[in-house]
Design a protein around this ligand. Structure first.
Ligand code: GDP
Ligand code: MN
Length: 356
């Protein structure tokens, strides 16, 4: 843990692909922005910072998705905000990938929502649709089929430091299927039965459990014992998916798909408020080799209110004032929401630590 407070500029591995190298920009990868027309200003801010810190040197394409239809003004403004020649695609989402599925009863949904009224976004149908879409559908969208990796980008996020290597090539060369920067506890009331249902699925399919998986990470109850009580066994630790780089071929594989079909049949995307973050995280923690999940400690990122800031040397040009080393959240009492130490404890071996 101590070594993790030393400055880091990039992973300490051989073979990082630099701007201008033959392989630079050659992964089957894109940035994925799920947004509405009204998110225009927020997403422009995000992608301009991303371009400046990373993509001006690598030229990866963008896919913008919307359950509605993008206006001409939206598309024009995005094209104008990005460098000339950048490949940009805009797509709508088929109702079959987005809308509430037919196994959900609308009245029952409303009754459950009243009970969950204390939970953020629980009363918004669109939020439930979004969480289900990001859990089980996005990687089936026709515009994403040609890609292996998607780097998810949300409106209003920040990238503070220059990333001077091809992140997608790094994932490919080091056999990573998932990259994240922040790791948090969740509101347990939103996922009361997610763990017990997942446990049912595991009992039916014990062979799906990966023998080198990160199950301790989702079972550690030290920091937040109450969460463990509410969920009957899940720590609620999860990768914060507003930043995530996914290997969609892994999501498209039989195990993840079977898990998604099962969860959908259990109705918790609507009768509870299962987020895509705990869903993805449980899938990764149980069905993936933990060595294939990568913490991008070097990528300085924030989505309000949390920040991942690599410990840059004082006065470093790579970091600006908002990214203070070790700074996770502006309010000290929320430090307890950080679950990264648990990940390090259970899921990193010496070889991983040496990379940081
Ligand atoms: P939060 O970060 O959990 O508060 O959720 P956000 O409001 O940021 O939503 C997560 C992502 O989904 C963002 O990229 C939003 O722009 C997008 N999103 C959320 N709801 C909708 C929706 O109804 N339609 C579309 N097209 N995008 C949505
Ligand atoms: Mn968000």
């Amino acid at each position: 843990w101590n070594t993790l407070h030393t400055p880091i500029k990039e992973p300490k591995v051989d073979g990082l692909v630099r701007p201008g190298d033959k392989l630079a920009g050659s992964s089957k990868a894109c940035f994925l922005c799920l947004v509405r027309n009204e998110d225009l200003d927020g997403i422009i801010g995000s992608i301009q910072e991303l371009e400046e810190q990373f993509n001006e040197d690598f030229n990866y394409p963008y896919v913008f998705l919307n359950d509605g239809k993008f206006t001409k003004d939206f598309k024009d403004a995005i094209r104008k905000a990005l460098p000339r020649g950048r490949k940009i695609e805009f797509g709508s989402i088929e109702p079959s990938l987005w809308d509430m599925p037919s196994n959900i009863d609308e009245n029952e949904f409303k009754e459950h929502m009243e009970k969950l009224s204390g939970i953020q976004h629980a009363d918004q149908l669109s939020y439930h649709n979004m969480c289900r879409f990001y859990s089980k559908s996005f990687y089936h969208h026709p515009l994403l089929k040609k890609y292996k990796y998607a780097w998810r980008v949300e409106p209003g996020v920040h990238f503070y430091c220059k990333v001077e290597y091809d992140v997608f090539q790094f994932m490919q060369m080091n056999d990573k299927i998932y990259g994240y920067v922040l790791n948090l506890y969740d509101s347990p009331e939103s996922i009361e039965t997610l763990w017990t249902k997942t446990f049912d699925f595991l009992q039916e399919n014990p062979h799906y459990l990966n023998e080198n998986c990160a199950h301790e990470w989702v079972r550690d109850n030290v920091q937040k014992p109450d969460n463990y009580d509410v969920t009957q066994g899940y720590s609620t630790c999860h990768f914060w998916t507003n930043f995530e780089i996914t290997d969609m071929d892994w999501l498209r594989g039989p195990i993840y798909e079977a898990y998604m079909e099962f969860l959908d049949s259990q109705k918790g995307f609507y009768y509870e408020r299962w987020g895509d973050a705990p869903v993805r995280s449980l899938a990764l923690a149980l069905f993936a080799d933990k060595g294939r999940i990568h913490w991008f400690r070097d990528i300085a990122y924030s989505h309000f209110p949390y920040t991942n800031c690599p410990s840059c040397p004082e006065g470093s040009e790579r970091c600006n004032g908002d990214c203070r080393p070790g700074f996770f959240v502006p309010w000290e009492n929320l430090e307890i929401e950080n679950c990264q130490a648990t990940w390090i404890k259970y899921s990193m071996d010496q070889k991983d630590l040496d990379m940081y």
